[in-house]
Design a protein around this ligand. Structure first.
Ligand SMILES: [Mg+2]
Length: 123
């Protein structure tokens, strides 16, 4: 069974994705910011990290950098709805340049997310 960690400061998103992905048969942990997420990544093996970009403590770009360094074979999905300062497209393009496997815009389309998850885990 593939293990996934969802990192998002919006607890509603963490809950939604945890419920949805658990129903799809995955083992899912959640963390409320990059720092907490990386702590989990240090403790367990994850096949996939799904991270928000705009978060306090440690943002998604820092998460991507750390995962690429520590665990380069772990799949990475970055997601954002943008921030007050930066447009969604800018953030998602940056995540792509940082070699996130897929980027997802918010509000999340669960079907789109699911196809990204299955694609990455099959690779
Ligand atoms: Mg956020």
């Amino acid at each position: 069974m593939a293990r996934i960690v969802v990192i998002d400061d919006d607890s509603g998103i963490c809950l939604l994705l945890q419920e949805y992905l658990t129903e799809q048969g995955y083992m899912v942990d959640t963390a409320e910011n990059g720092k907490e997420g990386l702590k989990l990544v240090g403790l367990h093996h994850y096949d996939l990290v799904i991270t928000d970009i705009v978060m306090p403590e440690m943002d998604g770009f820092e998460v991507i950098t750390a995962i690429k360094k520590k665990s380069p074979h772990t799949g990475l999905i970055a997601m954002t709805g943008g921030s007050v300062k930066l447009h969604q497209d800018v953030l998602l393009t940056t995540a792509e340049l940082m070699r996130a496997d897929r980027v997802i815009s918010k509000p999340i389309n669960l079907k789109e997310l699911m196809s990204a998850v299955t694609e990455i885990l099959a690779a």
